[in-house]
Design a protein around this ligand. Structure first.
Ligand code: BG6
Ligand code: MG
Length: 219
């Protein structure tokens, strides 16, 4: 039995859902006559649904009532869910399923820590729910990363001390959330962007759990 706990962000770490978030937000922005590009979409990564809408409204220099904003979030999510329903196992990011299975087999406790309220459905569609000992999603937390709430809650669920928790994140705010929780962070992406993390890897292809833990012990 390992003493470690692994906490995984979902979008951009396990699966590339950013393209579906973009398609759904783009459809909404088009309806509102607000210009919205893939570059603008970068600002929405790791950001909650309502905060994402607020960024789009800011781009369009528009204001709305709370009720209007809730209705627009619902519309966007209905479209997003239509895409997610068709998600396939082949859309898992390369190597991640093997890495999760290795960690699971090594007795490492695994939690999901994501802002997405659709997390359980996505894990289900990808057929990986049973690899997780705990799921902390947007329905369970109210403070967005870099607040550590999502990872602190995950570590509590796992019963693992933060000092033995490793967070896998593709967003700068997520790396900061890990540090704010007193945990180590592995950045998934480029060192130029995620340089604050203890270790940065481009993805999970050919990464073994043992190698990774050894590298982390040396930082
Ligand atoms: C994050 C995504 O994981 O979840 C964001 O990076 C998204 O783009 C957020 O807005 C909330 O997701 P959802 O599925 O609850 O709208
Ligand atoms: Mg992410």
């Amino acid at each position: 039995m390992s003493q470690y706990g692994f906490l995984f962000d979902l979008d951009g770490v396990i699966v590339d859902t950013a393209k579906y978030h973009f398609l759904a937000w783009k459809r909404l922005a088009d309806e509102l006559d607000i210009p919205f590009t893939e570059q603008d979409n970068e600002r929405l990564k790791g950001v909650s649904r309502m905060a994402s809408l607020e960024i789009i409204l800011e781009i369009g220099n528009r204001t709305m009532t709370e009720d209007e904003k809730q209705a627009l979030c619902q519309r966007k999510n209905d479209w997003y869910v239509e895409y997610i329903k068709k998600l396939e196992k082949s859309e898992l990011l390369p190597g991640v399923e093997n890495f999760l299975k290795q960690a699971h087999a090594a007795g490492i406790k695994i939690a999901l820590g994501s802002a997405s309220k659709n997390s359980p459905m996505i894990l289900d569609r990808l057929g990986i729910t049973e690899l997780f000992d705990a799921v902390v999603d947007g329905t369970r937390v109210s403070r967005a990363k870099p607040d550590p709430e999502v990872f602190v809650t995950g570590a509590e669920d796992l019963g693992i001390d933060p000092e033995y928790c490793v967070v896998f994140e593709d967003a700068v705010a997520g790396v900061q959330a890990a540090h704010n929780a007193g945990m180590k962070a592995v950045g998934i992406g480029s060192p130029e962007i995620l340089g604050q993390a203890e270790l940065v890897i481009p993805g999970f292809a050919n990464v073994t759990v043992n190698d990774l833990l050894q590298k982390l012990e040396n930082v």
